[in-house]
Design a protein around this ligand. Structure first.
Ligand code: C5P
Length: 241
């Protein structure tokens, strides 16, 4: 994979116009754009179609969590939109994840769709040990993350969304090099942390075993987003050289 193909830019903006302006500035310089709950709720599936219509790839970050039939059907709609990646919550359970994988396989075959990668969210990084205990989860966070990633892998899910600290334990626990790890919490050398607490640089994250890096504000809030993206590509290139 080229360094630029690893970069997924988070389009955490309010309007389709802001999103499309970033896409115009960054097209050809990054691999994918992440559309999450904010932009999707404001602008609907049309913004997904518009970004894909410009020849770009989309990661639809809606973290589906519902009964198996509902998540599977939503996943099929994501595939019909043409997204390259979408995600589900592993806490929805094995049956939900398996139903989604099966539904995507069937729809891809039947409707000649390109199969998106399906990733699982394990434990949100906003949780700490106390908030897990409150939910009745007794394992430590790292153990629970690995446990849920194993469930996801066994259900046929392609990979996980994982914080930088989780990359190494996951690579050790899951004996499948094509298991995809997508990592937010990435900050280029010298960039503002914003509200991210435990970060890695893009180069460190890739060297540790991340496939894709979700990067938002260091690119989208930069005076020159294209230059910021190019600098991150160079940083990755140097780190892996
Ligand atoms: O601007 P920044 O680079 O912090 O954006 C990171 C993106 O990744 C945001 O869209 C955020 O919601 C998402 N994310 C995260 N940490 C997680 C999961 C997702 O920052 N654990």
């Amino acid at each position: 994979m080229q360094p630029k193909d690893r970069i997924v830019v988070a389009l955490d903006v309010e309007t389709p116009a802001q999103a499309l302006s970033l896409v115009e500035q960054l097209c050809g310089l990054v691999g994918m754009f992440k559309i999450g709950k904010q932009l999707f709720t404001a602008a609907g599936p049309d913004i997904v179609r518009q970004v894909i219509g410009r020849g770009e790839k989309v990661f639809l970050d809606l973290k589906f969590h519902d009964i198996p039939n509902t998540v599977a059907a939503a996943g099929v709609e994501a595939a019909r939109l043409g997204v390259s990646i979408f995600n589900v919550h592993s806490l929805g359970g094995s049956a939900m994840m398996r139903a989604t994988v099966d539904a995507i396989n069937d729809a891809a075959e039947r409707e000649k769709l390109i199969k998106p990668l399906i990733l699982a969210v394990t434990i949100l990084t906003s949780h700490d040990q106390a908030s897990l205990t409150e939910l009745g989860i007794e394992r430590s966070i790292p153990e629970q993350v690995v446990h849920l990633a194993r469930l996801a892998s066994a259900a046929g899910i392609n990979g996980v969304v994982a914080s930088p600290q989780e990359i190494s334990p996951l690579r050790q626990a899951i004996d499948n090099p094509s298991f995809v790890i997508l990592t937010p919490g990435v900050r280029p050398t010298g960039a503002a942390l914003n509200d991210q607490k435990r970060v890695m640089t893009p180069g460190e994250a890739v060297k540790t075993g991340a496939d894709y890096l979700v990067i938002g504000r260091p690119i989208t809030s930069a005076g020159d987003p294209a230059a910021a993206a190019q600098k991150i590509c160079e940083e990755i290139e140097q780190a892996v050289a």
